[in-house]
Design a protein around this ligand. Structure first.
Ligand code: SAM
Length: 286
């Protein structure tokens, strides 16, 4: 992936001869951490955008779709999620949605402290007050190392990482999923962002194949994210006991009402329908 921030435009290469191009109204931050290039730009339509190594991570305008779907599907599938682990998620959008549930603790293991610091400073509309919540525990380090070494148990693990290249590659491996399964409770489950079925079919196929080597129940669900390559975006779910299509929608609706969640994309009806896959996705994960 390359980018060309020529003053007034940023382009993300998403496929051969095909790029998403954004007008840059303001360059809020540009720099490099130990791990990656970090840019925060403002676009007239999407608002503030976080870009890591030239790949758009989140924008103020459409972040809710991805964060609601990564979080609410597993946290409503699980009957009583008390302890949640987030791997990655530096912008805080996933953490914020986890904390909308009556969890006891949300542990977030993010490799790059710079991403969190810059997100707190320039993208606070995405994390809202999540980083200050007393249930939040922030750990800076490699998520793969954390799950291999921790003695703690979790009900749900959410992998909100960059795409499977560089430091994030290990987060799509059989070894990582095996370690995650070890630290999940008896009916625990894992969901990972698993990329674009249109532009990253082989990454999705590989990640799902690795998940299936570890978890007895594996599914893919999807949503559409305007600013991600190919727009159609997948999540891969690995579960030790809970079966998505057996979710009790009326019980979930009651929990949803009781929480009074103000979602803009997720509804309890989507809890099951998002698992109905277009043919091209079925073929990639079959
Ligand atoms: N929603 C975005 C997406 O789907 O591409 C991801 C957002 S979040 C900013 C991605 C985070 O994953 C980055 O902050 C990056 O530092 C973090 N990350 C990458 N590899 C990691 C690893 N091995 N352990 C923990 N965090 C990692």
């Amino acid at each position: 992936v390359y980018w060309v921030t020529e003053g007034e435009r940023f382009s993300e290469l998403v496929g051969q001869g095909f790029e998403y191009s954004y007008q840059v109204e303001e360059t809020i931050y540009q720099g490099k951490s130990k791990y990656q290039k970090i840019e925060i730009l403002r676009n007239p339509y999407f608002g503030r955008m976080l870009i890591l190594d030239g790949a758009v991570q989140v924008t103020e305008r459409d972040e809710f779709i991805y964060h609601e779907m990564l979080t609410h599907i597993p946290l409503f599938l699980h009957p009583v999620p008390k302890k949640v682990l987030i791997i990655g998620g530096g912008d805080g959008g996933t953490l914020r949605r986890v904390l909308e549930h009556p969890v006891e603790e949300a542990v977030m293991v993010e490799l790059d402290e710079e991403v969190v610091k810059l997100s707190q400073k320039h993208l606070s509309s995405i994390s809202d007050s999540a980083f200050d919540d007393k249930r939040t525990r922030l750990v800076f380090g490699d998520g793969a190392k954390f799950v291999a070494e921790t003695k703690e148990k979790f009900d749900v693990i959410l992998v909100d990482s960059t795409d499977p290249v560089g430091a994030a590659e290990i987060l799509f491996s059989e070894e990582f999923y095996g370690n995650c399964s070890q630290i999940l409770s008896k009916n625990g489950l894992l969901v990972t962002q698993s990329g674009s079925p249109l532009c990253q079919a082989k990454e999705l196929n590989k990640a799902f194949g690795n998940l299936r080597k570890v978890f007895p129940i594996c599914r893919v669900y999807f949503c559409t994210v305007f600013t991600y390559p190919g727009t159609l975006w997948s999540f891969a779910l690995g579960s030790k006991e809970l079966v998505p299509e057996e979710a009790d929608l009326s019980a979930i609706e009651k929990r949803f009402e009781k929480l009074g969640l103000k979602t803009k994309y997720y509804t309890p009806q989507i809890q099951k329908s998002c698992f109905i896959l277009p043919k091209l996705v079925q073929e990639i994960v079959s």
